[in-house]
Design a protein around this ligand. Structure first.
Ligand SMILES: CC(C)(COP(=O)([O-])OP(=O)([O-])OC[C@H]1O[C@@H](n2cnc3c(N)ncnc32)[C@H](O)[C@@H]1OP(=O)([O-])[O-])[C@@H](O)C(=O)NCCC(=O)NCCSC(=O)C[C@@](C)(O)CC(=O)[O-]
Length: 310
């Protein structure tokens, strides 16, 4: 039987860096993205066209997209919350139509009204209305559109979220034209049981190939949750190098499952990812030291320590 392939969507340069307390230089972001693409990762979320007043860390996304080495076969998605964000990306696309910029955008909403209001300052219904012209225009421009549903299991303000709410928002995003929806356990409070319940309900209405898992690791449950999702048929998983990140509107939440932890778990469990764990661990250690923070990947640290002995 062929080894099952899992696509990893690396979100470190976006989800990871959006929560750093100090500005991260454009050159550092560019180097991070280039290093990540050299590990074999094929989808690297590279920034956001959101309001710099709301998320100052993502200012400079245009510059980042201009400066990175666009590797053939690798996509560099960016978050876009509204038409103004898409117009920011369009400026770049027009600048030099022959130069690659980004092939994909991601729109994002939530299954919890309170979180959505804090995150993008509107109701869920308003956000979905707002996305319709964004998706239409993006598709006209030849961009693929991914959707996110945050607080898919627990909301920091409202508590446990019924999976039916997540299912309904997911269906709307797919009907609008998203090719895939990533289900965000924004505060990393899911467990294999709640993850399974979520997927049972959503998968009953949506083809599994159109879903991705986006698990934060706040309660150290992310690997267990991802493995549960994989057993249920999910084949696209989001992760963040060195476990960077969190969400500015989800107090206390830590970053996504670390990409190093994910790659190690997947290879030991018999999945193929195409990612070089040596290069990845070195990159995770490098960005952690640049940011002056502890490396959030236990696998990354263990892997580098083991390499020193060899
Ligand atoms: C959505 C808005 C813009 C609404 O913000 P708003 O204040 O309601 O928007 P507005 O239309 O009233 O505009 C206010 C100002 O923002 C400007 N503006 C308006 N739009 C843009 C734009 N696109 N780019 C740049 N500027 C923009 C606009 O021009 C205006 O400027 P002013 O006149 O005051 O100078 C705001 O709430 C926002 O930017 N939020 C950012 C949210 C965010 O990035 N959150 C983190 C990412 S989501 C996440 O991490 C979860 C995820 C995806 O990882 C999954 C998971 O883990 O669950």
């Amino acid at each position: 039987m062929p080894t099952p392939f899992v696509k990893i969507v690396e979100v470190g340069p976006r989800d990871g860096l959006q929560n750093e307390p100090f500005p991260v230089a454009v050159q550092t972001k560019v180097e991070l993205i280039n290093r990540l693409s050299a590990t074999g990762l094929k989808s690297i979320e590279s920034g956001s066209f959101v309001s710099p007043k709301w998320i100052p860390q993502m200012a400079g996304t245009s510059e980042v997209l201009r400066l990175i080495d666009h590797k053939h076969g690798t996509s560099y998605p960016v978050l876009v919350p509204n038409m103004k964000g898409l117009e920011g990306l369009e400026v770049l696309l027009r600048e030099n139509p022959r130069q690659p910029v980004s092939e994909e955008i991601a729109i994002f909403t939530a299954a919890s009204e309170t979180f959505n209001k804090r995150n993008i300052n509107c109701t869920i219904a308003e956000s979905l209305d707002r996305f319709v012209p964004v998706v239409e225009r993006a598709i006209e421009l030849g961009l693929r559109v991914r959707g996110y549903v945050s607080t898919a299991v627990v909301c920091p303000y409202e508590g446990y979220i019924e999976p039916e709410k997540v299912r309904d928002v997911t269906i709307k995003l797919l009907e609008m034209g998203c090719y895939e929806v990533s289900l965000g356990d924004t505060i990393g409070a899911a467990t294999p049981r709640t993850m399974e319940r979520l997927l049972d309900v959503v998968m009953a209405a949506v083809p599994i190939e159109m879903l991705a898992a986006h698990n934060h690791d706040t309660y150290a449950m992310a690997i267990a949750n991802v493995l549960t999702a994989l057993k249920m048929g999910i084949r696209t998983v989001d992760s963040s190098v060195a476990g960077l990140g969190g969400c500015p509107f989800a107090p206390g939440a830590t970053g996504n499952v670390a990409t190093e932890d994910l790659v190690y778990a997947l290879r030991e469990e018999g999945y193929e990812t195409g990612v070089d764990l040596n290069k990845l661990s070195t990159t995770g250690q490098w960005i952690s030291s640049i940011l002056g923070r502890d490396n959030g990947s236990r696998v990354g640290k263990a892997w580098l320590a083991r390499k020193k002995l060899q």
